[in-house]
Design a binder for this molecule. Structure first.
Ligand code: KG4
Ligand code: ZN
Length: 327
């Protein structure tokens, strides 16, 4: 079954064709990230205008790269939540019109869940065996930090989420207050490698007894530290901040795997690209008999292959609501 996925929840306009929920035939992404860099964060108005300019070309390019036409597509999947309203509307309107005109079923997909699903996508060069369920999902991106209990593709329960800043948002805000640029995650990741020699004690919010996360106190602690110590070493601040985020994420994810008896941890979202997080989770997984999976970098960031893939597993269900029949 060929599913055409469409993703426009934030600053990426993406379309992809995926066969049987696994095989990625095409994966096209246009990003307006550079247009937002001077503002230090995403400007919703700019993002939605760029979505309108890109959507048509991106969708038809994904069909061309997959060497198919609309006639070969069995269903269309689109991100309907969560995201920026203006950006979401562009993808949803386009997908609805396309599905109606081409008489294809339309499947609604949740963007956050699609991030953990990205671990099931395979390109011709990917040889890893598919992850086993039950699993725990850890989604860490610019907009979300969420833990899921995944019994199977259709039985997914949210265990906890951030109460304030998302992990990626914390990276971006701390990078901004250190004058490092945007997006901050990759810059802090790189800088932190040279700041390992001296650790500053920043808070690690545990929120005892809960799977929720909180990163705003950590961000404020970094702000106060830099105000009090004008001669601070930026690499050490970057390393110590990153260590606090990673140790909270690792601790909660491994605890969730143990409590839910999951042998697999599916990590997804932009922060899954973080080298220190990868290193720590893999080590913790080895010590606890848990297989820790990360998607390749292209599938960590926002993309439509993860939308098309999850739609294959969830079509017809409340989470993957099929909103338009073919009859
Ligand atoms: O998943 P994503 O592309 O978009 C959202 O759905 O939010 O994630 C973007 C986020 C940004 O906050 C960015 O700073 C962060 O992912 N990020 C990283 C790294 N690469 C991207 N954070 C930490 N380390 C990285 N290497
Ligand atoms: Zn995302």
């Amino acid at each position: 079954m060929n599913i055409l996925g469409i993703e426009t929840s934030c600053d990426e306009t993406a379309a992809a064709v995926v066969t049987d929920g696994v095989h990625v035939c095409s994966n096209v992404v246009a990003s307006s990230l550079k247009d937002h860099a001077i503002f230090g964060g995403i400007i919703p108005e700019i993002a939605s205008r760029r979505q309108i300019e890109s959507i048509h070309g991106v969708v038809f390019e994904s069909l061309t790269q997959a060497k198919v036409t609309l006639a070969d597509i069995d269903a269309i999947a689109v991100t309907t939540r969560p995201g920026l309203m203006g950006s979401l509307l562009v993808g949803i309107s386009f997908a609805r019109a396309l599905a109606y005109g081409a008489k294809k079923p339309l499947i609604e997909i949740d963007h956050i869940q699609a991030h953990w699903y990205a671990n099931f996508l395979r390109r011709p060069q990917d040889a890893d065996p598919l992850p086993e369920l039950p699993a725990v999902g850890l989604v860490v991106s610019g907009g979300h930090t969420s833990l899921f209990d995944i019994k199977d593709f259709t039985k997914v329960k949210l265990l906890g989420a951030t109460r304030d800043d998302a992990a990626g948002e914390a990276f971006d805000k701390v990078a901004r207050l250190l004058n490092l640029g945007y997006p901050g995650g990759p810059i802090i990741d790189r800088l932190a490698k040279t700041g390992v020699n001296k650790q500053i004690r920043f808070p690690k919010a545990d929120l005892e007894g809960s799977y929720d996360f909180s990163f705003s106190g950590l961000k404020t602690a970094v702000l106060y530290y830099t105000k009090k110590n004008s001669d601070y070493a930026v690499e050490q601040v970057a390393y110590s901040f990153q260590d606090s985020v990673v140790s909270v994420l690792t601790g909660k994810a491994i605890k969730a795997c143990q409590r839910k008896k999951a042998k697999t941890l599916l990590v997804g979202g932009g922060v899954a690209a973080n080298s220190y997080l990868r290193e720590h989770l893999v080590k913790a997984g080895e010590n606890n008999g848990i297989r820790v999976c990360f998607p390749p970098l292209t599938f960590c960031l926002d993309n439509a292959a993860m939308i098309a893939g999850l739609a294959y597993r969830q079509a017809g269900l409340p989470t993957g609501r099929q909103v338009w029949g073919i009859d």
